[in-house]
Design a protein around this ligand. Structure first.
Ligand code: ARG
Length: 578
């Protein structure tokens, strides 16, 4: 463990235990303006113990065993404890981190089975930018948790069940299961959907057939199920094209769509009725979780079974929770879904807790995803008001990335094949990083120019930063793997860079705990900035002496590894050359 905040926490806790028998008190270690870190624990503890914070601070410092790592420990203000780390300690920890395959990020001592539910688009429909964002954010959350040693279950809760399937199946049969029209599902699902919809709205005999088909689908009629499967399979081709292009880790094995829970719905509803958690209201079976009221102040129902006997989105989400808790024995469920569904999830978790299906020890979180807006401030659409075709959006990103790429200086020329590969990585990386770097629950305006810029907190900037480090190694004729140090820190910019490097594990832990990849983005961006300051102030290849050169090359290599690993955990590719 190299992260100074963690190490200091442990040392302070030992002192707190020795001084006051409070080894579990949070020492409240924070970065400080006046030193490297400050411990604020004396203030809350003073309240608890009814004593003066400055006195407590003095007693803590007296018991604090940090001579090996701290240069200075000072009490300031009402009782803050400011600590300044020793340069040698920072250098030594950076050296340990560099020698460790996992960059000193130890796998968690308490692995949790965690369902990360993300993407979850609907069959026979275009994925929209909202789905794109849940896909990208969810994938990063899954990668980070997995790296930290958790047992991650990726779960793509595909919308693959419900009344539209009658119409879609009939249309599929009309055009022929292998016809070019059917294959539209693989490339342009909206076109297929709209053709089916037009017939449904304009042709009463078709509509009648579609309704009958829904009945056979719900009854599990084998032939109907076969057609339904064909429909889903064609849609999977479409989804996989997008996932592969995005470098998203979802596969067909991760799909557990709404249909998967179909057989469990009746039992779920019956149990809710039997336990009294749900009651009949206006013919429908409803649960009324306490604290949820409508505009008129009346209790808000969660409809479990409609008055016609049909089930819905909520029924299947309840069955899903039961399945995950009982069969997957989850510790944590993270639903990476649009913020419009916030109320649905609040009520869902409340009802599941009432029913006893969501025990206290299991965390259920709605990781809300904010809307992606167009420049007009409204939900992002094409000029003609249609929803954006995702493949076209990605094509445009890559095309624009090409123009931006040709604008920045390159050490060596690129042949067409190499250029195309890099530009694809830059365009896709830009789109992904734009989704990741904003707090996931906030809205943001989709802006190609901003996300593809090589300046600022963008994917291309960070990719370029790694490529620039590699180019130093090429120029120096050294392989990054061979730059093993020893690391020493003398210049303030070296010290600041090394200290920031040591915070990698803490940044990952925070991102994982909150399911917030933007925290990792912020860390990496700050790291790249610390590196730039270092590079501007500390010549590497032309360092004044051999030891300094060796140390600086090692710092470059460690920065490269940390940036690359961080970007990899965000699902952003780092080209070797740019
Ligand atoms: N398919 C849904 C949609 O496109 C999202 C599903 C979210 N997950 C859930 N368990 N309800 O809006």
């Amino acid at each position: 463990m190299s992260d100074p905040q963690h190490v200091l926490s442990a040392r302070f806790q030992a002192a707190l235990g020795a001084a006051f028998g409070e080894p579990d008190a949070d020492p409240v270690i924070r970065p400080s303006q006046f030193a490297d870190f400050q411990a604020n624990v004396a203030l809350p503890l003073a309240k608890k113990l009814g004593r003066k914070p400055r006195d407590l601070a003095a007693e803590i410092v007296e018991r604090l065993d940090v001579a090996d790592m701290c240069e200075k420990v000072e009490i300031s203000g009402p009782g803050f404890i400011n600590v300044t780390l020793r340069d040698e300690w920072i250098a030594g920890q950076a050296q340990i981190m560099h020698g460790d395959e996992r960059l000193s990020v130890e796998p968690t001592a308490a692995p949790q089975t965690t369902v990360v539910e993300y993407s979850s688009p609907n069959v026979a429909k275009e994925m929209h930018v909202g789905h794109l964002r849940t896909t990208i954010v969810g994938d990063a959350v899954a990668r980070v948790l997995e790296f930290l040693g958790h047992n991650v279950v990726r779960d793509n809760h595909l919308g693959d069940w419900g009344t539209p399937y009658g119409m879609l199946i009939e249309h599929l049969l009309d055009v022929g299961e292998d016809s070019p029209e059917a294959l539209l599902l693989e490339t342009d699902p909206n076109a297929f959907y709209q053709a089916a919809r037009a017939k449904f709205d304009g042709d009463e005999t078709f509509a009648e057939r579609a309704r009958r088909r829904v009945v056979s689908l719900q009854a599990g009629d084998p032939e109907t199920m076969r057609h339904w499967e064909r429909l889903v399979d064609l849609s999977k081709v479409y989804l996989n094209t997008i996932y592969r292009r995005l470098g998203v880790t979802l596969t067909d094995d991760d799909i557990r769509g709404e249909s998967f829970y179909n057989d469990m719905l009746a039992e779920t509803a019956d149990e809710l009725a039997a336990s009294g958690v749900a009651t009949i209201s206006d013919g429908a079976l409803c649960a009324f979780p306490p604290g949820f009221t409508g505009r008129d102040g009346d209790p808000l129902p969660m409809i479990i079974r409609k008055s016609d006997g049909g089930y819905n989105y909520s029924s299947s989400d309840l069955a899903t929770i039961r399945y995950r808790v009982d069969k997957l024995t989850v510790d944590r469920m993270i639903y990476v879904v649009g913020s419009q569904q916030a109320l649905h999830f609040q009520m869902l978790f409340a009802v599941a807790r009432m029913a006893g299906w969501l025990p206290d020890g299991v965390r259920a979180e709605h990781a809300q995803i904010g809307n992606v807006l167009g420049s007009d401030g409204k939900i992002f659409r094409t000029r003609s008001g249609k929803s954006i075709k995702l493949t076209e959006l990605l094509d445009e990103a890559v095309e624009r990335a090409g123009a931006a790429f040709d604008d920045v200086p390159h050490d060596e020329p690129f042949d067409e094949v190499a250029r195309r590969e890099v530009v694809e990585a830059v365009g896709i990386g830009a789109v992904k990083y734009a989704d990741l770097s904003v707090a996931r629950d906030s809205e943001y305006v989709f802006d190609f120019d901003r996300m593809i810029s090589f300046r600022g907190n963008t994917g291309p900037y960070l990719q370029y930063a790694t490529a620039r480090i590699r180019s130093i190694f090429r120029k120096g004729g050294v392989a990054p793997e061979d730059a093993i140090g020893p690391i020493s820190v003398e210049h303030t910019a070296e010290r600041a860079l090394a200290l920031h490097l040591l915070g990698f594990g803490a940044a990952l832990a925070t991102a994982a705990e909150a399911a917030e990849p933007h925290r990792l983005c912020a860390y990496l961006f700050d790291l790249a900035s610390a590196y730039t300051t270092f590079y501007e102030n500390c010549p590497v290849l032309k360092a004044p002496d051999e030891d300094t050169r060796t140390s600086r090359l090692a710092l470059c290599a460690l920065t490269l590894r940390t940036l690359s690993k961080g970007l990899d955990l965000l699902g952003v590719i780092t080209p070797e050359r740019m």
